[in-house]
Design a protein around this ligand. Structure first.
Ligand code: IMP
Length: 189
């Protein structure tokens, strides 16, 4: 089975490729020479995931799945959530996003947070969604060199480490993304 993974994020691709069984061939947007930035203007993580999958499905007419992820911080009423990618502004990067988050959490004692991924799958023009959640806490300072995005400040419950201190395989045992993709794999098998 061929499946397009509608992402331009090479880290997401690396993580997913380590989980997907060999009988499923993942086609990346790079393989398709697709370089556009797909808009993420919906109000929910689920909405963005569906939008991205539909956008690529319309363009290439193949089976597609997409991933949209957000970091929900309890003391910030669920922010940055659906705005995680552009938390520090339109032209921001992960360092700016992390700095803004740590600043906003400075005087808060509740550091509980969760990563939420919604994967939207389009097969034969039907849309299916799969959600993965991982609970954890926001660290006081970034730590670790692996991963991407907010990984260096998020410590999943029970690990005493940040996601950025884990290998891809270790992250894949517990992560939001792996939980969502395992639900997708279960569905298509
Ligand atoms: P998106 O799903 O690509 O829109 O990502 C939203 C934001 O969350 C971006 O800033 C990503 O870098 C970040 N992000 C997405 N997935 C992860 C993850 O697994 N770990 C850490 N940050 C992530």
């Amino acid at each position: 089975m061929d499946l397009i993974f509608a992402t331009g994020n090479k880290n997401k691709l690396l993580e997913i490729n380590k989980i997907i069984p060999k009988n499923i061939k993942i086609i990346s947007l790079k393989d398709l020479k697709f370089k556009e930035d797909i808009p993420e203007n919906e109000n929910t993580i689920e909405g963005n995931a569906i939008y991205k999958a539909k956008y690529i499905s319309k363009k290439f007419g193949l089976n597609v799945f997409s991933d949209d992820t957000g970091l929900e911080v309890d003391a910030l009423d669920g922010e940055p959530g659906v705005r995680s990618a552009r938390y520090a502004g339109e032209d921001c990067d992960s360092t700016k996003n992390i700095n803004k988050l740590l600043k906003n959490l400075k005087n808060k004692s509740n550091r509980n947070a969760r990563f939420k991924t919604v994967i939207a799958l389009i097969i034969k023009n039907k849309v299916y969604t799969f959600e993965g959640l991982v609970e954890g806490v926001i660290l006081k300072n970034p730590i670790g060199k692996n991963g991407f995005g907010y990984d260096s400040i998020f410590s999943p419950l029970g690990t005493n480490k940040s996601f950025a201190e884990l290998s891809i395989n270790e992250k894949n045992i517990i992560s939001h993304r792996s939980l969502a993709i395992k639900k997708l794999l279960n569905f298509i098998s």
